[in-house]
Design a protein around this ligand. Sequence first.
Ligand code: IMP
Ligand code: MG
Length: 201
Amino acid sequence: MTPATNKSLPRLIERTTDKSAMESDIARILIHRDRIQARVRTLANEIAATYNGGKTGLTLVPILSGSIIFLADLIRELPLKMKLALVQISTYPGAATAPGAPRTVLGLSGDVTGRDVLIVDDILDSGRTLRCVREMIRSRGPRSVRSAVLLRKPSKAPPDLPVEFVGFDIEDLFVVGYGLDYNDHYRNYPHVGVLHSGLMP
Ligand code: IMP
Ligand code: MG
């Protein structure tokens, strides 16, 4: 064994331990990755049918960071010509599990004037984040604005906030995985799961 390999060994062990530590933090899987994959595919079909091939100019606006995994899977199932414009909003800072006031971390990265805009987010909870982004986009003169969320908590989502595409309705639980975080961890967990209660305030 060369000295270089020797040096990389502790790092490897650390990584392996980290992954199993992540998985042992999850109390149960709420939605398995296979169900997510199937639903994302049907959502993509619904979206493609709505935009008629994207001929009028479609821009997807993912809300960072929670939407990244959903976005990556969704757009690869969308047979449309489209652009991306990013926006980053922080509503649950740090270890919070209740929403604060939405704060714009990164303003809209592209011009959406005259374009069909589809906002993409991981979850619709209190609706503050989505409302804030809808207003931001409306003020830029788009042709249309719609929203797609992977998850919705129907018991909390405000009835006056339109969301055209919803992957799954879930009960009012704090969930992680498939992009969703707690204190910026667990975004890479492939399923949507619930943490052990002792790990959250
Ligand atoms: P809302 O503004 O209360 O609708 O919350 C939306 C944002 O808060 C989402 O974009 C998520 O990033 C985050 N969020 C809401 N509920 C959860 C959850 O159960 N787990 C992780 N993040 C959540
Ligand atoms: Mg988010």
